[in-house]
Design a protein around this ligand. Structure first.
Ligand SMILES: Cc1ncc(COP(=O)(O)O)c(C=O)c1O
Length: 438
């Protein structure tokens, strides 16, 4: 989101009543920004290969039906990792041929459903492969089938998001003793196994390491195809993971940079023999989302100013629990939604939850915030407000998409309504009030 577009949207959100005393927190998504990121992704891969590429958005990054529908309209598919995510992709109108199911703990019922629908499935491990063997013996499927491998190329700067460590829970650990031979054998025994999948990690991974992971999977595909004497592996799913620059407005690294590295270091992958799947999430959405919250109180403790706002752990869970890995930029606006001027004063931006660590920024120099002002938590379009955390029974925030007109007018469309208090009671067993009374 450019600064200009964001400033217009914040002002309009206040003027059009999206952020009020009754609704003191809301979230915005920049539709034009999302479209431009999809275009950049598609152009980056089209520039390096003529092979078919399915860009499957990682639904976990923004599990919102209108967002999936927008991405589909822009030519994308979906990568899903749970029955809920699959249901969202289908609700958004995606056909089975554009959906890929990956997850480390698929039940037999989930596998049966996916195979019945013809959705692509990447098996995570040997036991899952055996389950698929059994399902296929009972009924044929149109699903393209693959195997996820962990190239064990090492982690990135955020351990929790590093999926290619030696002991990661994901996929078949390729460098473990005997594993490579077992993968080749398993493919030769199963002519329907036509895909390999890897996802080396997300935020915090260096591009060179991601590329190394893709290279390892490409070399494995070549080995399998040579042992099979035909191109059995016809598609390689390279996962997502392009990191996001949370420190500035820059969209770096760019999709084109990653595609360029793949072209340089894994040229055979892009020479037209292999179809490709990508599964980017954060890099497509993060920069296009903003959380807006009113400052309810401005106080001070131990001479530290604290703005107590309505944006905390429910919308910025990772930042609150792991602030060093997930720092967020904060922009300050006045009560009318205009950028707030003033010299920077170090202050905390606190959330509404009842624990001391519920801070979305600590000791951050910003114009001194007052009650009624508005704070914006930037770059929160992926894995933040879309993945609500229900601590303190705080409601899911509303999400509004916006577009701007050349005259500066801003149009909002509701992506998700704010959760009502009644809905919170209902999902908290409200209808079972007497269930424990014997
Ligand atoms: C299998 C898989 N694919 C894609 C992604 C999306 O990663 P990112 O949002 O970093 O692009 C993830 C994230 O956890 C994943 O586990």
């Amino acid at each position: 989101m450019t600064v200009d577009r964001r400033d217009l949207a914040v002002r309009a959100a206040v003027e059009q009543g999206l952020l009020t005393q009754e609704q003191p927190v809301t979230a915005l998504l920049d539709v034009a920004g999302i479209r431009s990121s999809v275009a950049a992704l598609r152009a980056a891969f089209a520039a390096v290969t003529d092979a078919p590429v399915l860009h499957a958005f990682a639904v976990k990054a923004a599990p919102l039906v209108p967002v999936l529908s927008l991405l589909h309209a822009e030519g994308m598919g979906a990568e899903v990792a749970s029955p809920g995510e699959l249901a969202l992709a289908r609700a958004a109108g995606l056909p089975p041929g554009l959906i890929v199911l990956d997850s480390p703990a698929k039940t037999v019922a989930e596998l049966r459903e996916a195979l019945g629908l013809g959705i692509a499935v990447n098996a995570d491990n040997w036991q899952e492969l055996t389950r698929i063997d059994n399902l296929l013996a009972a009924e044929p499927t149109a699903s393209p089938l693959g195997l996820r491998v962990n190239p064990q190329v090492g982690g990135g700067s955020i351990g929790a998001l590093s999926t290619a460590t030696p002991t990661s829970k994901f996929g078949v650990a390729l460098r473990d003793e005997g594993a490579r031979e077992q993968v080749v054998r398993a493919c030769l025994e199963r002519p329907w196994l036509t895909r390999l999948h890897t996802h080396s990690g997300s935020q915090g991974m260096a591009l060179t390491r991601m590329t190394q992971g893709v290279l390892a999977v490409y070399e494995l595909a070549e080995e399998i195809n040579s042992a099979a004497g035909r191109q059995q592996i016809d598609t390689i799913d390279i996962g997502g993971g392009l990191p996001v620059n949370f420190a500035s407005e820059e969209h770096t690294p760019a999709f084109a940079e990653y595609a360029g590295q793949l072209k340089e270091r894994v040229p055979g992958l892009l020479d037209g023999r292999y179809g490709l799947i990508t599964e980017f999430g954060r890099s497509l959405l993060a920069k296009h989302g903003t959380v807006l919250a009113r400052v309810e109180y401005a106080k001070s403790a131990g001479s530290r100013p604290i703005a107590v706002t309505h944006a905390g752990v429910q919308v910025a869970t990772r930042t609150v629990y792991d602030p060093l890995s997930w720092p967020l930029r904060i922009a300050a606006y006045d009560a009318n939604g205009r950028p707030k001027a003033g010299t920077g004063v170090e202050q905390d931006i606190a959330g509404p939850a009842c624990f001391a660590g519920d801070l979305i920024a600590e000791n951050r120099p910003l114009p001194l915030l007052e009650a009624g002002d508005v704070v914006a938590a930037l770059d929160t379009g992926a894995y933040y407000f879309s993945s609500h955390y229900g601590y303190n029974s705080l409601p899911r925030t509303a999400v509004h998409g916006f577009t701007t007109a050349p005259d500066g007018g801003v149009r909002f469309a509701t992506v998700r309504e704010a959760q009502s208090t009644e809905a919170i009671v209902a999902e908290s067993g409200g209808a079972q009030r007497d269930a424990l009374l014997g």
